[in-house]
Design a protein around this ligand. Structure first.
Ligand SMILES: Nc1ncnc2c1ncn2[C@@H]1O[C@H](COP(=O)(O)OP(=O)(O)OP(=O)(O)O)[C@@H](O)[C@H]1O
Ligand SMILES: [Mg+2]
Length: 254
């Protein structure tokens, strides 16, 4: 079953098609990496999937349901998770209270309610903190008191504590060493082993290492949709990354 389906998605900004007729499907539990040069349309595609931006045309289905016009909150109720940037957290609310909110939200989401009712909130919170190696922080500590690596762990801990079916990660490796990033994604895989993940990253090695499938974007279009192994032998993609391919506008005019 496909958890996510994008069909003929287009987003125009004036005369520019930032996302141009993009179609793809992501089966349950697959990790899809999205790469492409600056300005390729990756973040715009993410905003369309997350519901922050409405497409000019095309449809998005989440778990079989058309969510093209749904708000981010409606998509959340349908199983969409996103990582909360540290800057979007409540400055005066402790880390433990943030985790408590996320755990409560997951209990409320009846469709995917976990069978943990008898274990109590406190146990769940402790379990989240220890799975993400955050159990060493003081119970009153605020997000701003965390190290950068701990902040990224908290962001993902909160996203996953709400028990999403689909997790969207925009450049999860930013600011982390590759070892820290591997640790972070390894925790995602361990804590939420059947979650479907769509992520954007510039680091080719990381994308190849963590994706079952890779979508390559260029000038708003998908120019490759294949396995990491196939991608290594894709000449067009190689040209895009070596910068020898010109834009459509230039083609044939010189
Ligand atoms: N809100 C907007 N209004 C107008 N143009 C936009 C808007 N958002 C993005 N664009 C344009 O759409 C194109 C795609 O941008 P987008 O940010 O999606 O690329 P990206 O692949 O995420 O790039 P990067 O790797 O630099 O993050 C760019 O030409 C950008 O200038
Ligand atoms: Mg971007």
């Amino acid at each position: 079953m496909n958890l996510l389906e994008a069909q003929n998605l287009t987003k125009r900004f004036g005369g520019l098609a930032a996302v141009n007729d993009v179609s793809f499907a992501v089966p349950v539990s697959q990790w899809l990496g999205i790469i492409g040069p600056n300005g390729a349309g990756k973040s715009t595609l993410f905003s369309l999937l997350g519901g922050q931006t409405r497409p000019t045309s095309g449809t998005i289905r989440l778990a079989g349901e058309d969510v093209t016009r749904a708000t981010p909150h409606q998509r959340f109720k349908n199983g969409l998770g996103r990582s909360f940037q540290i800057t979007s957290l409540f400055a005066g609310l402790s880390i433990v209270d943030h985790v408590a909110l996320a755990v409560r939200a997951s209990h409320r989401r009846s469709l995917i309610r976990r069978s943990l009712a008898d274990r109590g909130l406190r146990g769940d919170i402790q379990q989240v903190l220890s799975a993400w190696d955050l159990d060493g922080v003081a119970s009153s500590a605020l997000p701003s008191e965390l190290s950068y690596g701990e902040q990224r762990r908290l962001e993902l801990a909160l996203a996953i504590a709400s028990n999403p079916r689909l997790l969207l990660l925009d450049e999860p490796n930013v600011g982390l060493t590759s070892a820290e990033c591997d640790d972070l994604l390894g925790r995602v895989r361990k804590v939420a082993h059947d979650v479907t993940v769509v992520f954007v990253a510039h680091d080719m090695e990381m994308v190849l290492g963590w994706s079952h499938r890779v979508l390559v974007m260029h000038f708003g279009e998908v120019i490759a949709d294949e396995s990491p192994e196939q991608l290594l032998h894709n000449e067009v993609v190689g040209e895009v990354y070596l910068g020898t391919r010109t834009g459509e506008d230039d083609a044939g005019t010189h």
